[in-house]
Write a protein that binds this ligand. Structure first.
Ligand code: FEO
Length: 409
């Protein structure tokens, strides 16, 4: 059996979906599954763009066999060597021993590290090289660190199709759909797209920017990523999101409140702050319990919103360990340029505020910590409620200032 879809008259999606994998890269939850996209071009020569994860190899092979319809496979282009896309290369080469593998020097080195039997099959290409396969000519553009150093993208100069590797990918299985215009992307996919990009490639924003600059010089009509929907309409919408995320620019004016609470008192303070913000007119407020939310979601939300409030109990004279983990994740992923408010709680020696501020000042870039940290002794009282009023005012003032700065820019 096979499950394939036409992209153009001679280009087919031959990938597969996976709902059984719970953790992408064994770390990020994917409750909506994931797709491994592979594409087969039926020109005078037959060309496969990347393979799939080993978990779905069987249906992938069936798909290839169906589309080839008795023809041999001539070429396999490996844009990205990570095993979720290249793990099935050996199996494809065993079934199609005449196929040549087109990739770059670094990718071939990694193929040998992974133990792929590619000797005598390599065709090495570098940025700017091009090959004709009949009607279609493909040229290659290096995309280092999007997401591994060997990554490249392939561009079909004949019809404007960009095979973008991990770039423009998202979590989420396709489940029959293929094109972004067949789904309500903004409503149903955008959060997973952001969570994918920020957690997988967030650290390498400058490399994503390099790729976007190169992409702006070519006439792209369609984007075929290695995960998630294919883009054939409104490409600018998604390119703009990638541009914002990779520049660490907030997508929305709003407040993300991440709280660490042991017995509910810090959570109550966070709720009280949220209420004060909403009363002042800022209703784009999202709250998360850091102990109960996978950090990949918190990372994604931190990339989305302009303001972050950290509310943490003190634990063993330090900030709460799970809060530390969250901060360490956004540090590692290079998040910057956010306005941050701080709330601490401690029943005898509160330390979390100082620790969080020190972390933001010393380990992260361009994190503007608002003055007026709130220090709660066990539970909110009249005095600390006033401090929360002050924090809410400071947050609203900073929105005003950001708007003024934008106006004057
Ligand atoms: Fe989907 Fe970097 O692999």
């Amino acid at each position: 059996m096979y499950t394939v879809r036409n992209i153009t008259e001679d280009l087919y999606w031959v990938g597969a979906n996976d709902h059984r994998l719970h953790l992408f890269e064994n770390i990020h939850p994917i409750p909506r599954g994931v797709s491994y996209n592979s594409y087969l071009l039926m020109d005078e020569k037959t060309v496969l763009f990347d393979t799939v994860d080993w978990a779905v190899c069987r249906e992938f092979l069936n798909n290839i066999e169906h589309v080839l319809d008795g023809k041999d496979l001539d070429y396999i282009i490996i844009n990205h060597l990570e095993p979720d896309h290249a793990a099935s290369l050996d199996e494809v080469l065993m079934r199609y021993p005449n196929a040549k593998v087109i990739s770059n020097e670094r990718a071939f080195m990694m193929m040998r590290q992974f133990g792929f039997a590619i000797d005598g099959k390599e065709i090495e290409v570098a940025e700017g090289d091009a090959m004709s396969f009949g009607k279609h000519e493909i040229t290659w553009v290096a995309a280092p660190m999007v997401h591994w150093p060997e990554a490249m993208v392939s561009f079909d100069t004949t019809n404007g199709v960009l095979f973008s590797a991990d770039a423009f990918g998202t979590f989420g299985a396709l489940d029959g759909k293929l094109f972004a215009d067949e789904v309500n992307f903004d409503r149903d996919w955008l959060d997973d797209a952001r969570r994918y990009l920020t957690n997988i490639v967030g650290k390498y924003g400058s490399f994503v920017q390099d790729l976007l600059k190169k992409a702006s010089t070519i006439d792209i009509k369609m984007i075929c990523p290695l995960h998630g929907p294919v883009w054939r309409e409104d490409l600018g919408y998604f390119i703009d999101k990638y541009d914002k995320w990779s520049r660490y620019e907030p997508e929305e004016e709003g407040v993300l409140i991440v709280y660490a609470s042991m017995y509910g008192n810090t959570e109550y303070a966070a709720q009280t702050l949220a209420t004060k913000l909403c009363k002042r007119g800022m209703t784009n407020v999202q709250m998360y319990d850091v102990s109960d939310t996978h950090v990949s979601y918190l990372v994604s939300e931190a990339f989305k919103y302009s303001h972050i409030v950290l509310a943490s109990v003190t634990y063993n004279l330090e900030m709460y360990p799970v809060m530390h983990n969250f901060l360490n994740e956004i540090r590692m992923l290079n998040l910057q340029n956010r306005t941050v408010g701080i709330i601490e709680n401690g029943s005898w020696a509160p330390q979390a505020a100082g620790e969080m501020e020190e972390f933001l000042d010393e380990k992260m870039k361009l994190m503007d910590v608002l003055s007026g940290e709130v220090s709660i002794a066990s539970s909110l009282n009249d005095s600390t409620d006033k401090e929360l009023e002050g924090l809410a005012d400071a947050i609203m003032d900073s929105f005003e200032k950001i708007r003024e700065d934008k106006k004057n820019a």
